[in-house]
Design a protein around this ligand. Structure first.
Ligand code: TPP
Length: 329
């Protein structure tokens, strides 16, 4: 068989997607066993977007995510122990176990936070983009949002300011066609492309289940942003395989649509490309086993961790007052 030329980061992208998949599959079990407090929203089927976009970023960059943000923070490189302990509400979590699935944040890694309010990450990333510009960090702020956020006024306001001030902002829409239990097409009359264009912001549409295509598009857009062209919109068409929230019986979806999501699996697609490029299935299985072992070990350590002290509940509610502008050097 003639080998297809392989992209240099094909294996790391595959591994990142497998990591997200294995983590979330383990969360399904933990959640059904009541080991995860609160709600979780899984991104099974959408791993290609997280892996592809994050691979285009470096340590200068910042990102804000949504209620469906496990994949984004894992692809950014958040430590597995800190991740599981947070989702399982343990003291050793990245936010001391007080945030949980919808509030994972890590300022050291430029993770500005997951967010339970639809669209609320968008202005946070806008502010971060302004900070990058004012401080001359060379960084880009990235925000993930679902197609359900297209009707949020804050997106429209953000596109306006980002365009006027030429801010280094990459707006990534994960378009899975659904906003909770309703098709987005029944809720928003415009196309994202037309909305972006109304504010003079370029829009790129990509097949979100093709991790290589997402990586290529995101890499090109981040390079353009770093060169000073201002904001960009990247719309990734993808499929949400599980329900809106874990436990959702999905009675509103047809069997055909559910099957389409499974067939479009970005991991199966990437594996097919790797095998075509000459990787043996046993090597690829080996990566999967290695990732699974890491996930199982992290779950074990999270289980063994303690819950936060009651006194910790109000820690970090207030931050120390910043020095007045005049007294800053
Ligand atoms: C401002 C606001 N309105 C409504 C909700 C209730 N809500 C939670 S998720 C969701 C839909 C999200 O759809 P989308 O943004 O497309 O993301 P997806 O769940 O498809 O990833 C809604 C309406 C909310 N959390 N915040």
């Amino acid at each position: 068989m003639k080998k297809v030329k392989e992209r240099p980061n094909a294996l790391p992208l595959y591994r990142t997607m497998l990591l997200i998949r294995n983590v979330e599959e383990s969360l399904i079990k933990l959640f059904s066993d009541s080991e995860v407090p609160g709600f979780i929203h899984l991104s099974l089927g959408q791993e290609g977007v997280a892996a592809g976009v994050m691979s285009a970023l470096d340590s200068r960059d910042s990102m804000a995510t949504t209620h469906r943000g496990h994949g984004h923070v894992l692809a950014r490189g958040l430590d597995l122990d800190l991740f599981f302990k947070e989702i399982m509400g343990k003291a050793g979590g990245i936010c001391g176990g007080r945030g949980g699935s919808m509030h994972v944040a890590d300022m050291q890694m430029g993770i500005l936070g997951a967010n339970g309010i639809v669209g609320a990450g968008i202005p946070i990333a806008l502010g971060s983009a302004l900070a990058h510009q004012v401080r001359g960090t060379g960084g880009t702020a990235v925000v993930f949002f679902g197609d359900g956020a297209m009707a949020e006024g804050v997106l429209h306001e953000t596109l306006n300011i980002a365009s006027l001030w030429k801010l280094p902002l990459l707006l990534v829409c994960e378009n899975n066609g659904w906003s909770e239990f309703s098709p987005t097409a029944l809720q928003f009359a415009a196309k994202l492309k037309d909305l972006a264009s109304a504010f003079g912001i370029p829009h790129t549409l990509v097949e979100g289940n093709d991790v290589a295509a997402v990586d290529d598009a995101a890499t090109a857009l981040v390079a353009a942003i770093r060169s000073g062209t201002g904001a960009q919109v990247l719309e990734c068409v993808t499929h949400r395989v599980r329900g809106h929230y874990e436990g959702d019986p999905q009675k509103y979806r047809s069997a055909t649509e559910l099957a389409t999501g499974i067939e479009a699996d970005p991991i199966r697609r990437a594996r097919g490309a790797l095998v075509e490029a000459g990787h043996s299935p046993s090597v690829l299985d080996g990566i999967e086993h290695e990732v699974l072992a890491l996930v199982e070990a992290a779950v074990g350590r999270a289980r063994a961790d303690v819950q936060p002290d009651f006194e910790a509940a109000i820690a970090d509610v207030y931050t120390p007052a910043a020095a007045p502008i005049e007294s800053r050097a």
